[in-house]
Design a binder for this molecule. Sequence first.
Ligand code: ATP
Ligand code: MG
Length: 184
Amino acid sequence: MNMVEHPGFVLWFTGLSGAGKTTIAVALEAQLRERGMRLERLDGDTVRQGLTRDLGFSKEDRDKNIERVTFVAKLLSRNNVAVLASFISPYIAHRDGVRAETTHFIEVFVDAPLEICAQRDVKGMYKKAFAGEIKNFTGVSDPYEPPINPEIHIHTDQETVDESVQRIVTWLEERQYIPAKVTA
Ligand SMILES: Nc1ncnc2c1ncn2[C@@H]1O[C@H](COP(=O)(O)OP(=O)(O)OP(=O)(O)O)[C@@H](O)[C@H]1O
Ligand SMILES: [Mg+2]
């Protein structure tokens, strides 16, 4: 497939565990690939198995985790690659740091109430966190600082995955970050 012209940008999905960051990023990735875009998806789970496998979840290690991811997102976005980054990234200062370092940073707040995320309990982590078996679990035993003025705010308890993805696509199209869909 021919590659199309588009600028680099960083769609930064932040939110509680189980809010839907990975689910939405994966669905969006498929749509953007259909348009022939250059993109890379960075996800907390996979990055923590590789690039940052030496790190845990203390404040200091979370600092380092986001610092390294920021570096990668900076290199990619300045070379016209679209980056879809899904990280809980609970601290405003970290997210502002990525914004300052990368090209066309777009903060996407993937928002769902803690109770809903805990009910979903996709990875069985909330059960353990509430039982006191996991330290530093965001929303339970560690802070989450919600974005104050995100570019895109998604409520995954009120809209479907498809609706959220479509809202992001429209937002990007309106700003010419992504090319219109080729239907022919
Ligand atoms: N509207 C929605 N958008 C996204 N996910 C939804 C929605 N409604 C229900 N879900 C479900 O919520 C769960 C979200 O899990 P997901 O792994 O995407 O969360 P996450 O934010 O990536 O969490 P983590 O930080 O632990 O990786 C999935 O099981 C998904 O099917
Ligand atoms: Mg995830």
